[in-house]
Ligand binder design. Sequence first.
Ligand code: FAD
Ligand code: MG
Length: 299
Amino acid sequence: MFDAIIIGGSYAGLSAALQLARARRSVLVVDAGQRRNRFAMHSHGFLGHDGHEGAAIAANAREQLLAYPTVKWVDGSARAAHGSIDRFVVEIDAERRFEGQRIVLALGVADELPAIEGVAERWGRSIFHCPYCHGYELEGGAIGVLATMPFSVHQGLMLPDWGKTTYFTRGNFEPTEEERAALKRRGVVTEREPVIAIEGSDAEPTVRLESGRRLPFRGLFLASKTRVASPIAAELGCAIEDGPVGPFVTTDVMKETTVPGVFACGDMAIAAGSVAIAVGDGVRAGISAHRSLIFPPKN
Ligand code: FAD
Ligand code: MG
């Protein structure tokens, strides 16, 4: 029986595990190796690691974590988790089942991209969702925002700080009158023709419209719909709430979910995440899980 099992071993999970390891507690980390930012080469905005490879940040953290003798690591995807506080069971496959007193979920989210030709292969290269992560590198060049939901207007209003912005309604997401006025005040050009495909190099992604017109940009943005990367949280009974781009797991300020003994951190447990936020959130969840072993909740 482990003191805690962490499901998801990227930034949030590694950070939670580190706190428990440093408290000399036994920890198992189960990780499927599908970091959300794996499509982007470099990660930006994380203090001390700005511009480093996202993979290297995680690999370095994992190496440091595994130097603690009470930590075990399993590569694989947890397919189920059940039980309750003091005895949870996490199942990877028929041979690999592990027991833990506490669970920390750090599953991340998966991005659902719009079905436009040329988008998927450019995700993280010339099409992004987070201007703080990738806006600066566009060097003030022209930016296109592809609307995917009413919330996309928010992106359209943000991006002029990074470059002259064109907002593509794609014929589906017409801004309200108030939003139109706000876009105009920000100098945003609105294009209403449906977008047929994205073409061009990483340095010059080009939007092809229904009429055949092609508009080149330095970078494109879209709001992806997100979902928690595994059904495990829901199966354990954790309450889930709606965020602006998708559902996330409800936690209290100390990152405990609505299920006693189950903690959640990182992108799956906040409305909008980043590497730095995931790391901080993981610290809190790890410390919280540790304290809950010492001071169990009274029922
Ligand atoms: P993740 O990093 O997504 O990790 C979740 C882990 O849990 C994965 O390894 C996954 O395989 C594992 N997992 C899921 N289900 C299971 C299961 N059932 N069993 C076992 N393991 C499981 N943020 C920045 O701060 N700077 C950037 O420059 C930046 N660039 C980005 C670029 C792109 C294209 C995208 C999509 C995102 C970017 N982000 C960036 C956001 C950043 O990727 C996330 O905020 C961060 O990865 C969240 O960390 P996390 O640990 O919560 O989740
Ligand atoms: Mg993680």
